[in-house]
Design a protein around this ligand. Structure first.
Ligand code: FES
Length: 97
């Protein structure tokens, strides 16, 4: 089971999730990382869910066109749209408070 570590507002949250999990979908059904992950559209349109990937980025699919459009140069700094990610391996991420 992939382990997810989320840093948010100075606090670290950690739990295991099922393989091939989308964290925004989970938050929507009130499972970890609810209520600590900020998100809105769930469709790659608002960038509210953007997080900086601190570890495990190598296991993620390459950024899709929505991430490229919303994040631009921030992709180079390790930011991703969490609503566009399917978690298959351990990951550590930080969301600006
Ligand atoms: S929740 Fe809107 S882009 Fe991810």
């Amino acid at each position: 089971m992939p382990k997810v570590i989320l840093h948010k507002g100075g606090t670290t949250y950690e739990d295991e999730v099922d393989p091939n999990t989308n964290l925004v979908v989970r938050a929507g059904i009130r499972k970890f990382p609810y209520p600590n992950l900020a998100y809105k559209c769930g469709m790659g349109k608002c960038a509210t869910c953007s997080c900086r990937i601190l570890g495990g980025a190598e296991h993620l699919e390459a950024p899709n066109w929505k991430e490229k459009r919303q994040l631009g140069d921030k992709l180079e700094d390790g930011y991703r749209l969490v609503c566009q990610l399917w978690i298959t391996e351990d990951i550590e991420l930080a969301q600006d408070a």
